[in-house]
Design a binder for this molecule. Structure first.
Ligand SMILES: C[S@@+](CC[C@H](N)C(=O)[O-])C[C@H]1O[C@@H](n2cnc3c(N)ncnc32)[C@H](O)[C@@H]1O
Length: 248
């Protein structure tokens, strides 16, 4: 069906995104890992504090920056940026996440919009000053990771900043997954029900993926113990990076 006018186009486009996400869930795509019920049951599943990286490297986030948050979740990393005046776009495959972020933004009239959007289908009409990618990379397979890296190279303007976290091979869950999940390559796994992926980066791999970028911050180690909702205490082999896209 072709759109006859702009309103109809918007309706068809929205239906298309929802259809794709529904299809991904049925196909057992990793992107379907369903955060909706987890977010419904806990209004701060990943805590309510923003990442310490955003505070430590605030100089790379001027008050008027345009910011893209990939996998915005419940908005913990972007609400304070929007309060400072940053123009924020968040995308996420969870409808609950998107609704929550949009509700919180409209309560305070913040320049923050969240969209129900799989990053692989996202087609921004500009390059952003800053992109945030907290906690998304470990949920992808190798192909998804390559696709994410490729997109980040285009979605951030030359001289703009990327804040990213991922998991590395010394994550405690690696050994557990070796016995229980399908190993798809040395460091990529798919859950038995086919609904989730886990990807563990090799030591220093993140710098190879962004090899021409200026490294402002790079840390790999064991993260602090924490809980998500009523879940058990966990800690991850974490990769942190703050990188600047080369100007040329
Ligand atoms: C681990 S959570 C992190 C949420 C948030 N960045 C934070 O740090 O609190 C990962 C988020 O990525 C979203 N997500 C997963 N696959 C995605 C995809 N393909 N495109 C966009 N968002 C995705 C999930 O719905 C979830 O909200």
């Amino acid at each position: 069906m072709r759109a006859q006018n702009a309103d109809q186009f918007l309706i068809l486009a929205t239906a298309g995104v929802k259809g794709r996400i529904k299809q991904l869930k049925q196909d057992g795509d990793p992107l379907a890992e369903n955060y909706d019920s987890a977010y419904e049951n806990d209004e701060a599943l990943f805590g309510s504090n923003e990442s310490h990286l955003l505070q430590k490297y605030a100089d790379f986030l001027p008050d008027d920056a345009s910011v893209l948050d990939l996998g915005v979740g419940q908005g913990r990393n972007v609400l304070s940026l929007a309060r400072r005046g940053c123009q924020v776009t968040g995308i996420d495959t969870s409808q609950v996440a998107v609704d929550t972020v949009n509700r919180l933004a409209s309560e305070e009239n913040l320049p923050l919009e969240a969209h129900l959007q799989d990053f692989r289908d996202y087609e921004p009409d500009r390059a952003y000053d800053v992109a945030l990618c907290f906690g998304l990379m470990q949920m992808l397979d190798l192909q998804g990771c390559a696709s994410l890296v490729d997109r980040l190279h285009h979605w951030i303007r030359p001289g703009g900043a990327l804040f990213l976290t991922a998991w590395h091979l010394e994550d405690p869950s690696f050994d557990t997954l070796c016995g229980q999940w399908e190993r798809r390559s040395g460091r990529s796994f798919r859950s038995p029900d086919g609904k989730m992926n886990r990807l563990f980066l090799e030591k220093g791999e993140i710098l190879k993926l962004f090899f021409r970028w200026e490294v402002v911050h790079h840390w790999e180690g064991q993260g602090k113990p924490h809980k998500h909702g009523t879940g058990k205490l966990e800690s991850h082999g974490e990769v942190e990076a703050v990188l600047i896209r080369p100007k040329k």
